[in-house]
Design a protein. Sequence first.
Length: 128
Amino acid sequence: MTDDERRKLEHRYRHLSVDEIQDSLRRGQFSDEGRDFLRHFLEKRRADERVAADEAEQACFEKRYEQTERHHQESKRAARIAAVISNRHRSVVDRSTVSVAVATDSCPASPPPAIATPSPTGAPTERQ
């Protein structure tokens, strides 16, 4: 089979689907070289389709992975923000507890209120 005949076969079958090329091969209207060429062409087409399918699957996987990674990063960021807020709240509570403790420790204890009792040297009380 000459290069010109191969180009003609390739040009004729280039736009056909895999099933249409297989039907042409089953009909058996080719020489042995033509049949071999079409089988090779068919295998090449199938390989190209597998590569295209793999590329589409890989692109879909990458898209899902990027989205998962983005959500993971967002959740880590939210967790960090929550930790900062929690730590600030805890430090405010700790500071107020410390200030209350310091205030009670640094002030002298006030004496208990005096009980009103009559003094022995005090003014005489009238009793009748």
